[in-house]
Design a protein around this ligand. Sequence first.
Ligand code: PLP
Length: 460
Amino acid sequence: MANKYVPTKILLEESELPKAWYNMNAVMPEKHDPALNPATLKPCTVDELKGPFCDELAAQEMNMTDEYIPIPDEIKDFYKMVRPSPLIRAHFLEKVLDTPAEIYYKFEGNNTSGSHKLNSAIAQAYYAKKQGLTSLTTETGAGQWGTALSMACAFLGLDLTVYMVKVSAQQKPFRKSVMETYGAKVIPSPSYTTEVGKRILAANPTTGGSLGCAVSEALETAMKTPNCKYVLGSVLDHVILHQSIIGLETKTALEKYGIEPDLLISCIGGGSNFGGFIAPFIKDKINGTAKYDILAVEPPSCPSLTRGKYAYDFGDTGKMTPLLKMYTLGNGFTPSANHAGGLRYHGMNPIVSKLYHDGYISVNSVEQTKVFDAAVMFAKSEGILPAPESSHTIRAVVDQALKCKETGEKKKIVFCLTGTGYFDLKAYEQYNNKTMTDYIPTDEDLAKGFATIPDIPQNK
Ligand SMILES: *Cc1c(COP(=O)(O)O)cnc(C)c1O
């Protein structure tokens, strides 16, 4: 294998596409603590999860035993339109950095939604359709998830209502237009269309909203609409399951060319791309046979892992979801409005939380002005204009590659480039105008969020 020619853009054949998703829950040495019903504080049953969620997704959420879960043919056929995604050797970035490191990125932005979110959107819409549902609700922050789900619902003929965090709707009006083009109804959140929205607006009329609050509105609407369920674009285990397609393809491509990674890196918002990217690699890490390190990257303005508490918390501000054991800043945490770059969620997926808690992965946080320095460097060298979220990863990769320059290490760094930044030009404008600032919450700021973590015996 050693001298095999490795193309800059490694593409798999259609026949090499994964036939099953990878379920990390099946191989965790210790399972994460179960989701709790907030009313009884007992572990949720599959039937309870079927209240707000689609049947098959509820079953996947609770599947702790099957390492591989077959991908239905209809989803595989859809994947073939946008997958396999390329694994690209970043020769030009390496040259700019003058680093001995080898840098590879898995590019997930090559579809209209501009991100990896489509991998789970099509799966979730498929199971909803199969169950005979006619509509879905969801929330969106930066807008990538809403767009991805709009595409999936349009493809399968489902109605969709998207609650979009109000500040994002104002900052990214064209995101709304894309979703509407695909037939979705887009409502800036908080809104007067739900009881929880009215409550939040009464308490804070000028709020720009938060993901947690949009989740509550979407959930409430799903509960009161016949034949309608709520779907979520991150945070839950079944979303990570669908996103494992990223890691499975990456692993196949690396193995095909005998490339042994030293470091896997990706950004974390709710944990879905990161979890999916590392999924098929985690077993070796758990067994102690991996030679690679795994690094997650988050913004210091929303520091769920680096400064959060490991506790049971709600996934939403309206306290309607099951309680999840996760690293959290508190369901009432709202990130600073100056934060331009996504990754604004208060909590973190329970598997990713558990892996971090048990020491299998490490986490860095990088400030947004430095993130955009790296984004621009990447755009100029590799051509792709990266999403702000993905640019957190690029920052961490650049820092690692510069470290290799000092030490002379020829590390092989593989990262997930989750998406493109065409709808984030406001943020790029701020960066170019030098009006972008960094904000790191004080301990006092964080204490306000922590105070909203439920005071239950499990958290003592
Ligand atoms: C949503 C999103 C993220 C962060 O969400 P995760 O669920 O943590 O993956 C990162 N990058 C892009 C481009 C996104 O759209």
